[in-house]
Design a protein around this ligand. Structure first.
Ligand SMILES: [Zn+2]
Length: 283
């Protein structure tokens, strides 16, 4: 199945407790678009809101009507990235006084009256409980939501289906990301509802796959440095040889996230250059 699948259903009801409406924002980073989930038997809680694509609200409205619902009870967000909270203004126009909550951390320019939501609190809906799990790495404010009634995890951008998660320079942190994966690996999870791509039926297998993938990349990067590569572009050319060149900048970001993690662990050294990329060596 292609990552940007044009036939990905706009709406879907994957279980009795969970409905899904697509954010209609397909792209390299978002795949078929951001999934927004409605959780509960009535007056559902909405997880994420898409990017703010105008067509989203009519599709959302149509789905609510098809379920016999009139409005969402409230909104909870997985993290601050635009493709997750960009839909808040449109939804608040359509449903006045809608509460919005997220973990507020290093945030600027959040929607008005966004409430802070932390791990340790619970979000209770109709026949459902959402348990926030702080899972930084892709973003420092990232929350997954655990649904004990289904032993399911709304994974936000921690785990996607069809691509790997980006660890952005700056706010991203691969070490934290790996810790977050290992943390959810210890939880009792069957199904995963990712923010991008289809439902993951075998949650534990996908989590293991994600961990293995990063460990493989780490080994490849260490081997490449051991063989004499010194700069990120050199490493990318070897480790990402099979990836189209237009994606090499993004691959470079990923290599950088690995090198920063390895630097923190004392396994590599960075030699900064004045007007050239840093030179990296094994410690
Ligand atoms: Zn994101």
């Amino acid at each position: 199945m292609p990552w940007i699948d044009p036939n990905f259903p706009k709406t879907e009801t994957p279980s009795d407790l969970v409905g899904r409406v697509l954010g209609l924002n397909p792209g390299m980073m978002t795949g078929p678009g951001t999934n927004t989930y409605l959780v509960g038997r009535a007056e559902p809680i909405l997880i994420d809101t898409g990017a703010g694509v105008p067509d989203y609200v009519p599709v959302f409205d149509g789905y609510l009507r098809s379920r016999g619902w009139t409005r969402p009870a409230r909104i909870v967000l997985t993290h601050r990235h635009r493709d997750h909270l960009g839909g808040v203004p449109h939804l608040r126009e359509r449903f006045p006084a809608l509460r919005v909550s997220k973990m507020i951390f290093r945030d600027e320019g959040l929607p008005e009256a966004t409430e802070d939501l932390r791990e340790g609190e619970q979000v209770v809906g109709d026949g459902v409980t959402l348990v926030p799990v702080h899972t930084p790495g892709h973003a420092s404010d990232h929350l997954c939501y655990y649904l004990p009634e289904e032993r399911a995890l709304f994974s936000g951008d921690l785990i996607l289906n069809g691509s790997t998660s980006v660890i952005p320079d700056g706010d991203g942190d691969l070490g934290q990301y790996m810790d977050s994966l290992r943390r959810v690996q210890r939880m009792d999870i069957r199904r995963i509802y990712p923010a991008h791509g289809p439902v993951i039926e075998d949650g534990p297998a996908k989590i293991q796959e994600y961990i293995d993938h990063r460990l493989l990349r780490e080994r490849q990067i260490l081997e490449t440095l051991g063989a004499g590569a010194r700069t990120i572009p050199d490493v990318v050319k070897i480790v990402y040889a099979e990836v189209p060149e237009k994606l090499h900048a993004m691959a470079g970001q990923s290599v950088h996230s690995h090198l920063k993690k390895l630097l923190g662990e004392g396994r590599v050294r960075e030699e900064r250059q004045a007007n050239a990329p840093s030179r990296w060596t094994l410690s």
